[in-house]
Design a protein around this ligand. Structure first.
Ligand SMILES: *Cc1c(COP(=O)(O)O)cnc(C)c1O
Length: 455
């Protein structure tokens, strides 16, 4: 089936990122100053991000040119392959056609370098010397470390404690690329020390690690902060995934009826689906769009759509998003990249506009899907990606039941080669379906900031 596999061809690397702000029927609600409740200006973000990225955050231009030095780095692995899952289709006895875009071919094994390279480039251009960031499973930290090495920047990574302990190889990868890696909560920051004083054995969370990284960046002139998901500019950088997929499918004379992606902060999902939703908003076909999240951290299916802080220490502006509350600490399940209390404001807005559906799955059923997929397709998905795999399999089973020949496209956002302990635990029967504490969720939601000016 040579036709369905694409080899590296630099002409096929997009020249622009797609910015959906140009096509939305109503704008994403703006971030607010926590003190005044008024929309924040670029000056409040300036200590944290270079102006080029702040400009992209608020841009309404449909196409944002990808700088040539960024494209030059993308060439190392882009365009990524689009595979037809023939063997999975046969195995499921489904009339559906299943395609997947495989982002695991990047140097760090996931979609994250798509934005890491861009962010490192713009920071270098702005004269920044050091970046701080948070990481969950270590995918983002290793991707930013990789990108920073390309452009000669230093990186400090605050890594969520539970992953720091569970995933030592990701840390080794970050250190190989030259980054410094610190378990979070740490005693290097006020935010970290405050958590440790209350909960000395805290497993950490992305919300806590973000506070630490933001605090450090705000304190030094030559240091800025990089976020691996959630923000508009990050989602925009990830659209190379969907733009390539559109073109690859066009060559096969195919168009998806259903799009599926997993959602932590929403970036790989958005990267795949935004170009298709944009085409729909401009009068094109309207595929169903399914976001798959973990039942143990269900921001889209169980969260509230409200203004909240992006971090636990309340150092960020307020953003309107589906949130479980910034003090919510999800249980320590294995898809570390999906353990964030909120969802990207842009993805939250699309759900409010009825442009997507959300489902939540439990840990054991997604690992079962990941193993099933690996056995027929020969690629071992990251624990996060198994959520998308399970979503696609369920869509294919529905197609079998209804006899419809629909076309399914999902994002296989990363491989799981650094997550073998999770698979080992799964086979040993040690993995559990983690649930969060309902009263803790209720408390975290009750503690949402009240916003007078904007609503
Ligand atoms: C980080 C990560 C995620 C979650 O982040 P999103 O912004 O929701 O994409 C999902 N999958 C993989 C492989 C990751 O590394």
């Amino acid at each position: 089936m040579a036709k369905t596999k694409f080899i590296l061809d630099e002409e096929r690397i997009p020249r622009h990122w797609y910015n959906i702000a140009a096509d939305l029927p109503s704008p994403v609600p703006p971030p607010l100053h926590p003190g005044t409740g008024e929309p924040i200006g670029p000056d409040m973000l300036e200590p944290l991000f270079p102006m080029a990225l702040i400009g992209q955050e608020v841009s309404a231009e449909r196409e944002i040119e990808i700088p040539e030095p960024v494209r030059a780095v993308y060439r190392q692995w882009r365009p990524t392959p689009l595979f037809r899952a023939h063997r999975l289709e046969q195995h499921l006895q489904t009339p559906a056609r299943i395609y997947y875009k495989y982002e695991g071919v990047s140097p760090t094994g996931s979609h994250k370098p798509n934005t890491a390279v861009a962010q490192a480039f713009y920071n270098k251009e702005a004269g920044v010397r050091r970046l701080t960031t948070e990481t969950g499973a270590g995918q983002w930290g290793s991707s930013l470390a990789y990108a920073a090495a390309h452009f000669g920047l230093d990186v400090d990574v605050y890594m969520v404690r539970v992953s720091y302990d569970q995933k030592p190889y990701r840390r080794a990868l970050m250190e190989t690329f030259g980054a410094r890696c610190v378990a979070s909560p740490s005693d290097e920051t006020e935010s970290g020390r405050a958590i440790l004083a209350k909960t000395p054995d805290s497993t950490g969370s992305l919300g806590i690690a973000i506070s630490e990284a933001v605090e450090k960046a705000a304190q030094a002139d030559d240091t800025k902060y990089a976020l691996g998901s959630v923000l508009n500019h990050v989602l925009t950088h990830q659209t190379v995934i969907g733009l390539e997929a559109l073109e690859q499918l066009e060559q096969l004379d195919a168009y998806p009826d259903v799009l599926v992606g997993c959602t932590g902060g929403g970036s790989n999902f958005a990267g795949l689906v935004l170009p298709f939703i944009g085409a729909q908003l401009r009068g094109g076909p309207s595929p169903r769009v399914v976001a798959v999240e973990p039942a143990a951290c269900p921001s889209l299916t169980r969260g509230k759509y409200a203004y909240d802080f992006g971090d636990t220490g309340h150092l960020t502006p307020l953003v309107k998003m589906h949130t479980l509350g910034s003090t919510f600490v999800p249980p320590g399940f294995h898809a570390g990249g999906l353990r964030y209390h909120g969802m990207a404001p842009l993805v939250s807005h699309l759900q409010a506009l009825d442009l997507l559906e959300a489902v939540a799955y439990k840990q054991l059923e997604v690992f079962a899907a990941g193993v099933e997929f690996a056995r027929v397709e020969g690629i071992l998905p990251a624990p996060e990606a198994t959520h998308a795999v399970k979503g696609a399999i369920d869509e294919a089973i529905k197609a079998r039941e209804s006899g419809e020949r629909r076309t399914i496209l999902f994002n296989l956002c990363g491989h799981g080669h650094f997550d073998m302990q999770a698979y080992t635990d799964y086979f040993a029967g040690k993995l559990k379906d983690q649930t969060y504490d309902e009263s803790e969720l209720a408390m975290a939601l009750a503690g949402l900031p009240s916003v007078q000016a904007a609503e």
